[in-house]
Write a protein that binds this ligand. Structure first.
Ligand SMILES: Nc1ncnc2c1ncn2[C@@H]1O[C@H](COP(=O)(O)OP(=O)(O)OP(=O)(O)O)[C@@H](O)[C@H]1O
Ligand SMILES: [Mg+2]
Length: 454
């Protein structure tokens, strides 16, 4: 019995009774589940979630034609997109075999069935599935650990490594980045990776609160401290006790409060407005700004001593336009997310839309990309999002980009872009991407390695 539980499940979709019994017994190490038609195949996929599936393209009601087999393939992949489907075709049916691969089948095999060879293809498919599954789990761990921060560019990988290093310590951290680059997301990731993660994360935006109210918001007040202070109220810093306090847009902190904040950072005690007692608070402080604090210091608007206090560690979040390839990756994630939310089944972006996404300068960074895609999902009429849906202009090219004519560099850039596009179109299905690029899978793996796109 123990041995049986170790068997891997192989689903064989085959209508011919003779072949059914042959397939059932000839693969060592597998428990073979047989399905004779589309309905039985889909039921088995749902029940067993098999890593590898062999699929006869000639299925009833019309076994002489591949249409039912190709439709079954499409439905299998829509419910189990990672399955490795090996299409089994008639002797001379190369055309449908190639079509099946372009639809996402892993490989094809032409009848008559030689169990030894088919068995090797199945083993290889299984090994690849296991590897990819492991990789998916690693990726999953990555994204959940860094709270949904998406990005494969070296620039973002570097920033994420910094977060992992800095998070466990209590150092006061300054996040610098343009508007919409993900400063708040990073602040939350720092909190979630720290020992304070079960404590509160309290954020306050200095630019969003009128100066007259900000002091009380930050430090709290005693009853009767000012007109309207009808009861004692704790401030945001006090609420963050035991957790993380996120001071957003710190460049907008008014001068008198800069002095008070400096004192808090030095002494770790606060005094409520109108209060006389000192209250000690245990918080980790993270500040963020899109402004150049050095400029503010020079202009006399920001205290230099406060700057040194808040920037024990500084983390620069790169603008989206400097993150190689991340714009398309984020676009893909957002389109999937918003299509699901709207119950839409968009297939992706038109080639023009991808070009427009790559060429746009993204002054509003990830927030702008997110908003544009949210809009496009609502506006799109066809299967593919167009530049018009995104309100992007194809001619909107990056300005001031130096013209580089080094042929090797130009070639490599073109190659990298083609790879990224093919992967986006193929929804990261390597087999399909290789088809689109007209290269073999091993060649594609080599190229992915070369450009660090794994
Ligand atoms: N790397 C990323 N992966 C996924 N989503 C991201 C990423 N970066 C930013 N976002 C999303 O983009 C939006 C803007 O991010 P966030 O609010 O953290 O930026 P910000 O730098 O604080 O912007 P602002 O300066 O405008 O306050 C959010 O919806 C966030 O979830
Ligand atoms: Mg923000």
């Amino acid at each position: 019995m123990a041995k049986k539980s170790k068997l891997k499940t192989l689903l064989a979709v085959e209508d011919d009774p003779g072949l059914q019994s042959q397939l059932r017994w000839c693969f060592e190490g597998y428990e073979v589940v047989i399905a004779g038609d589309r309905a039985a195949a889909l039921a088995a996929v749902n029940k067993y979630h098999p890593a590898v599936i062999t699929l006869d393209l000639g299925l009833p009601p019309d076994p002489t034609n591949a249409s039912e087999g190709l439709a079954t393939l499409g439905e299998i992949l829509s419910i189990h997109p990672h399955a490795k489907v090996i299409v089994v075709t008639g002797n001379d049916d190369r055309e449908n075999a190639v079509k099946a691969v372009s639809l996402g089948a892993y490989d094809f095999y032409q009848k008559p069935v030689d169990p030894e060879i088919l068995g090797m293809i199945i083993d290889r498919a299984h090994a690849l599935y296991d590897l990819e599954e492991e990789y998916r789990q690693l990726l999953q761990a990555r994204t959940t650990q860094l709270e949904g921060i998406i990005g494969a560019s070296p620039q973002m990988q570097k920033a994420c490594r910094m977060v992992e290093k800095v998070a466990p310590s209590d150092v006061t951290t300054l996040l610098l980045g343009e508007s919409g680059t993900g400063k708040e997301l990073f602040a939350r990731a720092l909190h979630n990776l720290s020992s304070r993660k079960s404590g509160p994360f309290i954020a306050i935006n200095c630019a969003a609160i009128p100066e007259a109210l900000l002091e009380s918001e930050l430090f709290g007040h005693e009853k009767g401290a000012f007109t309207g202070a009808s009861k004692q109220t704790r401030g945001k810093i006090e609420y963050a006790d035991g957790g993380t306090f996120f001071l957003d847009e710190v460049g907008d902190l008014p001068q008198p409060l800069q002095a008070k904040m400096l004192r808090f950072l030095q002494e770790r005690v606060i005094e409520r407005v109108g209060g006389r007692s000192e209250i000690s608070v245990d918080v980790r402080v993270i500040c963020a700004t899109h402004q150049d604090l050095q400029d503010l210091i020079k202009a006399g608007k920001f205290r230099e001593d406060l700057y040194y206090r808040i920037s024990e560690v500084t983390l620069k979040i790169p603008p989206l336009r400097e993150r190689e390839g991340d714009n398309l990756m984020l676009a893909r994630v957002f389109i999937d997310r918003f299509s699901r939310e709207h119950g839409q089944s968009l297939k992706g972006f038109s080639p023009e839309a991808m070009q427009a996404i790559e060429c746009h300068h993204w002054p509003g960074n990830v927030r702008e990309l997110e908003n544009k895609i949210k809009r496009a999902v609502i506006m799109a009429d066809g299967d593919y999002v167009t530049p018009e849906d995104l309100e992007l202009n194809i001619v909107d090219r990056k300005e001031n980009e130096p013209l580089c004519l080094d042929l090797r560099h130009v070639r490599e850039e073109a190659e990298r872009k083609a790879l990224q596009r093919a992967l986006t179109v193929a929804n990261n299905n390597v087999t399909q991407a290789a088809e689109l690029l007209c290269v073999s899978r091993p060649t594609l793996y080599d190229l992915l390695n070369k450009y660090g796109l794994k």
